[in-house]
Structure formats: structure tokens, C-alpha cells
Ligand binder design. Structure first.
Ligand code: DAH
Length: 341
């Protein structure tokens, strides 16, 4: 059995190594060493077993041990108290580290707006593939091979298959809808399109369109005009004027292009409208009977209208963006200007 001196030495080491990090650890220490059933009390009780001739010396050692245990307790108590007096070590009043969040792309914002305007009047969203075959991009849209209208759009061909193109317009989705959906149909088709153009402020090799198609019994040009008036009012405000100019598209007859009064100068003339007071925003018309026939639809029973607009164009008119390249450069100084809109 270890002598009292040996026991004391063991515990002394424990005390010397004490590192009470918080009040709970210090309290454990107090109970273990200084408590009513603690080590100091137990060792004192051992004194009676110490031979009488060693008792004096043992008493001194025990006393020194007791003092050490109590001192250590006081030292840590004061230390912890000082820490507590300093208050929390984090300054809660400091501003946090900012976490910058992205902004919605202006083209996506405008596309979302176009789509929701048409959804309010019963159109639903339809999409199609960006790699299209000749039938859906051209032939079924009343543009057979060698048709001169194919030259209106410079096409990217996919080298693996001469029948495949990067779609030149979202009108290809019209074809896919008429091919698969039961009538009546009323769809709005947003998507990316591609043309073999040299990139400049006014042209790009990819851009975005939104196509509309409504086919039912008794659909008339008046329905088309009314639908587009509604769109312009929602998109550009009730004071915007609208005009239709006769035009040509192979998949519509009659065809028109629609202009709105310039939203920047209100019609008096500026750079955006090239001093004409009007900006063209879309092409439209009544679905060509040949196109309906291509999908087994009898043009004597069903009629329809279609329109197609460039999302970049609408965005340019809305936000006066003067260079198409800005949309795809991902310069945050440009993109941040649309934050919160
Ligand atoms: N597809 C035409 C283009 O890319 C736009 C267009 C014109 C779409 C008239 C239509 C339409 O649906 O009826 O230039």
C-alpha cells in the first residue's frame, strides 16, 4: 500500500497539470479535491495511520498539499472570472461577411415575363430540341428544299448528319406541336436559336425567340391582333401604340410584322427607333393552309395564328441595351444593373 507521502505526490502531479477550461471543469476539480468527501479530506483521515514519529513531517506535507489544492482552485476561479468579465469574445455588432448572390439574367427575366403574360390568357409552355431535322425546321413549315425563303436565315448544319441543323427559329416547335398535340392548341414556345452570322453589336450566332401558336375552329386575324394588343399593353404599358405592316413568311398567309411606338422617345425620334418613331418587335400571321395540311389538319375546318418574337429585341427595347454581345459576355457589371427588377 502506498504511503501517505506517495499518495500526496501522485495527486500533486494531477493538480499541477490541472487546466480548468470552464466553470464546470473547475467545479469538478473542487468536488474531487476540496469537497466534503474529497481527496484532501480522505488524506487527512489517513493521518491516524501514520506512525507517531513521522506524523509531524507528514502533517506538514499534507498541509502544503492542501494549500496547493486551494491555491490552484483560487487561481483558476479568478482566471475564469476575468474571462467572464470581458464578455463574449465575438463582437455581435460587427457586420457579417457578405455572401453575394447571383442575379437573374435580363433575357431570362424578359422571357419569364413574356411567358407569364401569355399564360394568363390560356397559353401553355411548349419546348423542342435545339438540334432539329430539316422537316421540323424548314420543310413542314412550307419551306421545301431549294425554297428561296431558306436563304432568309443562314443555317448551321450538323456535320454528322446532313439532315440536321441547329434550329434557326422556334417555329420548329410549332411543327412539333401540330404533329403531336390534339387540337385545339394554344402554346408559347421560348428557346434558343442559332444563325450563321458574324458577331457584332446587332447580330449574334445564337439568340432567343418566343413563338406563339393558336389553332382552333374560327380563329381569325382579329384574334391575332387582339392577343398582340394585350401583350403589348402588359409588356410596355397601355400608352404604347401598335401598327401592323404586311410582310412575308412562308408558314403564314397573310403575314405581318408588328411595330410598337418607340418606348424611349415616345415617337418623336431617337437612336433606338432610328428616328422613325417605331420599333419592329415581331413577325406574325395566319398559319398557312399548306402547313396545316402537312400535319393532316383540314384548313377548311381549322384556322390558326402564329407569331414569333426575339427575346433580345424585346429586352433591348425595354432596357435600352445597345449591344447584343453584352447578353453573352457575362460581365457582372452589366448583369448587376438588372438586380431587383
Ligand atoms: N420564324 C420567324 C423568324 O425567325 C419569326 C416568325 C414570323 C414566327 C412569323 C412566326 C410567324 O410564328 O408567324 O424570323
Amino acid at each position: 500500500m502506498p504511503s501517505l507521502q506517495e499518495l500526496i505526490q501522485l495527486h500533486q502531479e494531477e493538480i499541477n497539470n490541472l487546466n480548468a477550461a470552464d466553470a464546470a471543469e473547475l467545479e469538478n476539480y473542487r468536488i474531487r479535491f476540496l469537497g466534503a468527501k474529497g481527496i484532501v479530506k480522505n488524506l487527512s483521515a489517513e493521518m491516524k495511520n501514520v506512525p507517531a514519529d513521522q506524523r509531524k513531517e507528514a502533517g506538514q506535507i499534507l498541509n502544503a498539499f492542501k494549500n496547493l489544492a486551494e491555491e490552484k482552485y483560487e487561481v483558476f476561479k479568478n482566471l475564469l472570472q476575468k474571462e467572464a468579465d470581458k464578455g463574449p469574445s465575438i463582437d455581435m455588432s460587427l457586420p457579417g461577411t457578405p455572401l453575394p448572390i447571383g442575379t437573374r439574367h435580363p433575357l431570362r427575366m424578359v422571357e419569364n415575363q413574356i411567358v407569364s403574360i401569355f399564360e394568363k390568357i390560356g397559353f401553355s409552355v411548349a419546348t423542342g430540341p435545339e438540334i432539329e431535322d430539316d422537316w421540323h425546321n424548314f420543310t413542314s413549315l412550307n419551306m421545301p428544299e431549294h425554297h428561296p425563303a431558306r436563304d432568309m436565315q443562314d443555317t448551321f448544319y450538323v456535320s454528322q448528319n446532313p439532315d440536321w441543323v441547329l434550329r434557326t427559329h422556334t417555329s420548329s416547335v410549332q411543327a412539333r406541336i401540330l404533329e403531336t398535340q390534339p387540337l385545339p392548341v394554344r402554346v408559347i414556345c421560348p428557346g434558343r436559336v442559332y444563325r450563321n452570322e458574324t458577331i457584332s453589336a446587332r447580330a449574334h450566332c445564337f439568340f432567343h425567340q418566343c413563338e406563339g401558336l393558336y389553332v382552333d375552329k374560327n380563329v381569325s386575324f382579329a384574334d391575332l391582333k387582339q392577343t398582340l394588343y394585350y401583350f403589348v399593353t402588359e409588356m410596355f404599358g397601355p400608352d404604347t401604340k401598335v401598327r401592323f405592316r404586311p410582310s412575308y413568311f412562308p408558314f403564314t398567309e397573310p403575314s405581318a410584322e408588328m411595330d410598337i411606338s418607340c418606348t424611349v422617345c415616345g415617337g418623336s425620334g431617337c437612336n433606338l427607333c432610328k428616328h422613325s418613331g417605331w420599333v419592329e418587335i415581331l413577325g406574325c400571321g395566319m398559319v398557312h393552309p399548306n402547313m396545316l395540311r402537312n400535319f393532316g389538319i383540314d384548313p377548311e375546318v381549322y384556322t390558326g395564328f402564329a407569331f414569333g418574337m426575339g427575346v433580345e429585341r424585346i429586352t433591348q427595347v425595354k432596357f435600352q441595351v445597345n449591344d447584343l454581345r453584352l447578353y453573352s459576355q457575362n460581365d457582372v457589371r452589366f448583369l448587376r444593373q438588372f438586380q431587383g427588377l
